[in-house]
Design a protein around this ligand. Structure first.
Ligand code: EPU
Length: 434
């Protein structure tokens, strides 16, 4: 077990490079299964969710060869089976993308239900609805989801809620289905577009990704491709918040500024200066930070995955801010930890009221999920004194060398090993990922 030890109060300055997007990579890697030839995937982030994804592929007989730090050759021609067992599926929420990819390749899939999770109920009814519309039967038993189709046929799929996972899974399953699939009320996140671009590079025929209607004309075969994953918009947003919280001045490189629009707008309202370039942004603070109200929403709204980081920034701002979390039932788990650091936050259902105190104090705290962990890092960087963050395996699921990148910007942050007194149940291997 490791923890982060942060001595706060240092301004972040310099340059940082953002890695590939977690939520795109964990869909693109399984999508390679649909190809009849090897693919080369670049800009893959070094995070534990990706490692688990690669392990699942290897366990299926898929060839996985690293070609450098962030590039992999993935060869699906040797794939042997269509099962993702409990032991690996429970470690990563996004293991559900193997359902769509395996169904699309073999007309069948057997994948363990993704494990418990700390964000509240995370049903997969919309994923199953999409598979059924395409002609698959499903059966849930003993914690396994079995999908089987005599033949996949294109169809109309209307989602009852805007869902990233089910939109991606419907695309994966429909790409080789016979005829036309129309997905309505589709999610529009940048990673949806990235998956569609990757599939199209392999020869798929997908139109409209990034709007709420996606049309997919099934093709018989997909071929190999070389593809680079988009930069991680949430990692970029997290660094933006960290720079602002320390009143720093940093050039954040390898970003797509358009993907950051909702975050940029709110930060500017809070008093953060942002200058956009083609593929980088400069973030700096030279005045007071002020309150803001934020409601999370599907893209292009303010992302739920940035909610805890911006809330942390608002504890340092003047005035009372209101945050409304509209996507997940339980995404204020970090609030108790921030209170230990002196934050004044009251939560009532999906609304958090933040009285800006302008300062935080170091304390021992615990990450309860990935973005909660990121929020605590930001708090620790801005706080006076020492902050120790436990359960950092949550953070390592989604941030590529966070402490190294922060150290380069002048932060005093160390990863320290602590004796593992906890059971396997509470370790990295026992909890489901986000
Ligand atoms: N929902 C349903 N039924 C479904 C699927 C979703 O009711 O079948 C509901 C959910 O309960 C939720 C809403 O729809 O209230 C949105 O869920 P969505 O399916 O969009 O979330 P997801 O695909 O499970 C992905 C990201 C999350 C991110 C959400 C929202 C991955 C691996 N995860 O989850 O990322 O919060 O979209 O943008 O892509 C994170 O990176 O920290 C993270 C949690």
């Amino acid at each position: 077990m490791d923890k982060f030890v942060i001595k706060g109060g240092r301004r972040l300055t310099g340059e940082v490079t953002i890695s590939g997007a977690k939520n795109a990579a964990v869909a693109i890697l399984p999508a390679v299964i649909l190809s009849d030839e090897p693919c080369i995937i670049e800009n893959v982030p070094s995070i534990s969710d990706v490692n688990i994804c690669l392990r699942i592929l290897k366990e299926m007989g898929v060839g996985v060869v690293p070609l450098g730090k962030d590039t992999y050759k993935i060869d699906p021609t040797s794939i042997r089976n269509f099962v993702v067992p409990y032991e690996t599926a429970r470690k990563m929420r996004a293991s559900y993308y193997f359902l769509g990819a395996l169904l699309g390749r073999f007309n069948k899939a057997r994948v363990s239900m993704p494990g418990g999770c700390p964000l509240g109920a995370r049903p997969i009814d919309q994923h199953l609805k999409a598979f059924a519309a395409l002609g698959a039967e499903y059966n849930l038993s003993q914690g396994m989801i079995d999908l089987k189709a005599a033949k996949l046929r294109g169809n109309q799929i209307f989602f009852d809620v805007v869902t990233v996972g089910a939109t991606m899974n419907a695309m994966l399953a429909a790409v080789k289905a016979e005829g036309l699939t129309v997905i309505e009320n589709a999610a529009k996140e940048p990673h949806i577009v990235d998956l569609a671009n990757f599939l199209n590079t392999m020869g798929a025929n997908i139109m409209g990704a990034g709007t709420d209607v996606i049309k997919i004309r099934g093709v018989q075969k997909l071929h190999g491709a070389v593809y680079s994953v988009i930069p991680d918009q949430i990692e970029a947003g997290t660094f933006m918040a960290a720079v602002a919280a320390t009143k720093g001045d940093v050039l954040i490189k390898n970003v797509i500024p358009k993907h950051l629009e909702s975050i940029t707008k709110k930060m500017e309202k809070i008093g953060v200066n942002i200058e956009q370039f083609d593929d980088s942004i400069r973030v700096w603070v030279d005045g007071p930070l002020v309150k803001a109200n934020i409601k999370t929403a599907p893209h292009p709204g303010f992302p739920t995955d940035m909610q805890s980081q911006i809330a942390t920034l608002l504890t340092l701002a003047e005035g009372t801010s209101i945050i409304t979390e509209n996507i997940w039932e339980q995404r204020f788990g970090y609030v108790d930890e921030l209170r230990r650091m002196g934050a004044d936050i009251t939560v009532n259902g999906k609304v958090a009221l933040i009285e800006g105190t302008g300062k935080l104090m170091g304390a021992p705290v615990k990450a309860c999920d990935l973005r909660a962990g990121a929020a605590l890092i930001i708090a620790g960087l801005a706080a006076s004194g020492v902050t120790e963050i436990e359960d950092i395996f949550h953070i390592e699921r989604g941030y590529d060398c966070m402490e190294g990148k922060l150290r380069q910007l002048g932060a005093d942050i160390e990863k320290v090993s602590i004796p593992d007194t906890k059971s396997e149940k509470n370790s990295e291997h026992g909890k489901a990922a986000v």
